[in-house]
Design a protein around this ligand. Structure first.
Ligand SMILES: Cc1cc2nc3c(=O)[nH]c(=O)nc-3n(C[C@H](O)[C@H](O)[C@H](O)COP(=O)(O)OP(=O)(O)OC[C@H]3O[C@@H](n4cnc5c(N)ncnc54)[C@H](O)[C@@H]3O)c2cc1C
Length: 330
């Protein structure tokens, strides 16, 4: 449908859309509704499960553009971008939205360059003014919100996970699936030869409702077990500051901040983290911030809703015990 809002599906690489896709569709429905426009999902994948298609329809996608093929996995910009650009040029959507995830960040920037339009990255809010979309995005490490307008269309944007209200799971609907005839270019390079999934038993960092994060104050990689124990009890993901990552205590994919992941959980618990501005850039939109630090002057206390001045090696195990008792009656 010309003039529709397109949401690029972020999936779990096993044929199912991730929760952030429901957030994209939820916000697109609200904005598109004001303009009387449709909302469509755009899924590039090597396999789409029927259940996943049903989920997209249930979240409110009026139509699903499905491009399926082995060349589409793993993600490669030089394969995905021409496909999306060709489709966008044919169908003329009003907006194309992706999520703030590693692959969508790259994809949307390349797509913007290919289409010659602007991209508002890392958006945390939208409004319509005189029929034009206006985006809000944090700048200066989250200290200010800038308002962004596009000169032309489509309005390209990436949306920060955990910020927008997800679409409600509606009654199961028969998905309206369109398999467009587009040429999928062969990938010029093999970037990933093998992919192994590590099972931590903990939720994924950018999707988690609760994140427990550790910094240099943990003093060594072996001490992250203290945070993992707490995380297991409260169903949290474990993140880290750059100091902890640079020291080799955690892999980079767990880094929160300007040069790491951006998270917006319902609850963030920072332990032994000073709260440098580059760290805050990745977590200050968390709904509730708790800080554990032995230095009462640590800058993290300026953004914290609850601060505990104390030694994390004493405080965190006590929190774990207390949560076990309160949540699980142990
Ligand atoms: C361009 C650029 C990009 C950057 N990107 C990022 C980024 O993405 N993410 C990021 O995190 N940083 C980033 N940084 C680094 C950032 O400036 C800080 O150096 C870093 O965040 C500090 O990490 P930290 O808080 O763990 O360590 P520190 O600043 O050393 O703080 C450790 C804290 O632990 C406390 N502590 C020590 N022992 C205990 C204890 N037993 N109990 C309780 N508290 C204790 C101390 O009081 C202190 O406040 C970036 C820097 C630059 C220049």
């Amino acid at each position: 449908m010309a003039g529709a809002f397109w949401c690029v599906v972020e999936d779990d690489r096993r044929g199912r859309p991730k929760r952030v896709t429901a957030e994209l569709i939820g916000e697109a429905r609200r904005r598109a509704g004001e303009l009387g426009a449709g909302v469509e999902a755009l899924w590039l994948t090597d396999r789409a499960e029927e259940e996943g298609l049903g989920q997209l329809a249930g979240w409110g996608a009026d139509r699903i553009w499905l491009v399926e093929g082995p060349a589409l996995a793993p993600y490669r910009g030089e394969v995905w971008v021409p496909v999306l650009a060709e489709l966008a040029q044919k169908e003329a959507p009003r907006a194309i939205w992706g999520a703030v995830t590693s692959r969508h960040r790259e994809l949307m920037a390349r797509l913007a360059a290919r289409l010659g339009v602007g991209l508002a990255a890392d958006c945390v809010g939208f409004a319509l003014e005189d029929g034009q979309l206006v985006a809000a995005r944090p700048v200066y490490a989250g200290k200010l919100l800038s308002r962004v307008r596009w000169r032309g269309q489509p309005w390209l944007a990436t949306l920060r996970p955990n910020v927008f209200k997800p679409a409600d799971e509606g009654p199961a609907r028969e998905p309206r699936v369109e398999r467009p005839a587009v040429s999928v270019p062969p990938g010029a390079a093999t970037l990933v030869e093998r992919r192994e999934e590590t099972q931590t038993g903990l939720p994924e960092l950018t999707e988690a409702d609760i994140v427990v994060s550790g910094g240099r104050g943990l003093k060594g990689p072996e001490n992250f077990v203290i945070l993992e124990e707490l995380a297991k009890v409260i169903g949290a993901a474990v993140g880290a500051s750059r100091a902890a990552v640079d020291a080799g205590w955690r892999p980079h994919r767990f880094q929160i901040g300007q040069t790491g992941r951006t998270i917006s959980p319902k609850l963030y618990i920072g332990c032994g983290i000073s709260g440098a501005i580059q760290h805050l850039a990745g977590m200050r939109t968390s709904k509730v911030i708790v800080a554990v630090n032995k230095d009462p002057e640590a800058p993290i206390f300026k953004v914290a809703d609850y601060g505990i001045v104390g030694d994390l090696f004493e405080v965190v195990p006590l929190m774990t015990e207390e949560f076990k008792r309160v949540l699980h009656g142990e």
